[in-house]
Design a protein around this ligand. Structure first.
Ligand SMILES: [Zn+2]
Length: 458
């Protein structure tokens, strides 16, 4: 009898009589033209699993006790989203030549994912056509957005008739629809900033603001929501400033406006992770992009410090702040270790001790940009002969680096490699392809120069 019991149990499992909610979830796929040899699955910032591709580009993951929700999978340098529920068995197929466009989901749970993907793909096209309608008056613009939204919600109810969706999945898709559309209502006032006739918004224009989720962990890593929040909080800060200070915020006074923003994020956002991310982005944006004075950058830091203590990105933000300060005019150049083309070790300060130098950055990883950078450097070197234009690369493979220098006809004696590649981003704030730093006699002249825009007056 006992054996028979076990036998029956096996039959039952085979017939699928076990509730899918207690079954593992399978996530597998085929990558055509792979750009790396693995796929990783993430939930928020946590790595859930890594699977290596076999010789046919296939991978497979078996996930036990998985929490339902939105995940993202990475096949560097690309990524996309997948919504997973317990008992799902999802297979993806991707050709990396057109990553997003070629993605197809099949298997149990695929209907929802194909729907989300389809919305993601139409969104870009649609976004462009909505932007062309920013010229409309508030009432017709409001109608346009609401009509598109109603159509999409109908498509969602159609899907719900075909497949059973959890409440959580439905609310995720609805959020996707809403935030992708309402971000346009948040951008619209900026577009009309200087046209006084667009002041009176119809009563219903901003109705959705009453229902914005401020505490939904599912959304904190969801790009449309994050984008929406950025613009929304910008508008709220703008309104707060006009109300409280009776002035119109101007780009010439970024500190004032960014302090309003900090305050708005603190008072409107409840979810800890989302708050940390928004504050991180605000601080980085202000410190790196505003090029404000050292005094004001420090003032922002002092107001920000109490929030920073409990922010999960505190270490990174403190480092960036220190780096920004060390790049202020007249500061000593940091002695960051670098090697020359013969492998000889030196440091950045020594290199600039007795001359005028412009350093710029390139990497064999972004070879696509290299030709344009070198063309620009050649042009500037002619115009500014008193400066030496020196390239610094994060490359660790000296042979490949040297070969690239030869291939692009650069002067090897003006090229260096960083010993700690992360120095370039973290200490010198290499945040764009044309970033450069102007140095003279071991001191910083301009820590935030740009090859394309900072060297025009001559
Ligand atoms: Zn103000």
């Amino acid at each position: 009898m006992r054996y028979l019991g076990v036998f029956f149990l096996i039959i039952l499992v085979g017939c699928g009589a076990i509730d899918p909610k207690t079954q593992p979830t399978y996530f597998s796929g085929t990558i055509v033209n792979p750009t790396s040899n693995y796929v990783t699955l993430h939930r928020e910032e946590a790595l859930i699993d890594t699977a290596y591709l076999d010789q046919n580009g296939r991978f497979s993951m078996r996930l036990e006790g998985l929490e339902e929700g939105l995940y993202h999978f990475d096949h560097p340098p690309e990524y996309n989203y997948v919504y997973l529920q317990k008992g799902d068995s999802i297979h993806i197929r991707i050709n990396t030549v057109s990553f997003d466009e070629s993605l197809v989901f099949s298997g149990r749970g695929s209907e929802l994912n194909n729907f989300i993907l389809e919305m993601f793909l139409t969104n870009e096209r649609e976004s462009y056509s909505i932007e062309k309608n920013y010229v409309l008056d508030p009432e017709p613009f409001h109608q346009l957005i609401e009509t598109i939204r109603a159509d999409k919600l109908t498509m969602l109810s159609d899907l719900q008739r075909e497949v059973t969706l959890s409440e959580r999945a439905v609310s995720m898709v609805a959020a996707n629809i809403d935030y992708n559309l309402y971000v346009h209502k948040e951008k619209y006032p900026f577009f009309h900033e200087n046209s006084p006739q667009v002041k009176d918004f119809p009563a219903a224009f901003f109705d959705y603001r009453k229902n914005i989720e401020r505490n939904n962990r599912d959304l904190s890593h969801f790009k449309p929501y994050f984008q929406f929040m950025k613009f929304h909080l910008g508008n709220m800060a703008y309104e707060a400033c006009t109300d409280q200070c009776g002035i119109i915020p101007t780009p010439e006074k970024p500190l004032h406006f960014n302090l309003h923003k900090l305050n708005i994020i603190d008072s409107l956002v409840e979810d800890r992770l989302l708050k940390d991310q928004l504050m991180r982005q605000l601080a980085l944006q202000y410190w790196v992009k505003s090029q404000d004075t050292e005094a004001r950058i420090t003032q922002f830091y002092q107001v920000f410090a109490p929030y920073l203590k409990e922010n999960r990105y505190a270490e990174e933000l403190n480092d960036v702040y220190q780096s920004i300060i060390s790049l202020q005019p007249d500061r000593d150049v940091l002695p960051l270790p670098i090697v020359d083309h013969q492998g000889k070790l030196t440091n950045l300060r020594k290199l600039t001790e007795d001359r005028k130098v412009v350093i710029y950055f390139w990497s064999t990883k972004y070879e696509g940009m290299l030709y344009r950078i070198q063309q620009k450097v050649a042009e500037l070197q002619k115009k500014w002969p008193e400066y030496q234009f020196i390239g610094i690369s994060p490359d660790q493979d000296a042979v490949h680096w040297s070969a690239t220098i030869q291939e692009y006809d650069m002067q090897p004696q003006l090229q260096y490699r960083s010993i700690n590649p992360e120095d370039l981003q973290n200490r010198l704030i290499w945040d764009n392809a044309f970033k450069s730093v102007v140095l003279e006699n071991g001191k910083i002249v301009n820590g935030f120069a740009n090859l394309q825009t900072s060297f025009q007056n001559k």
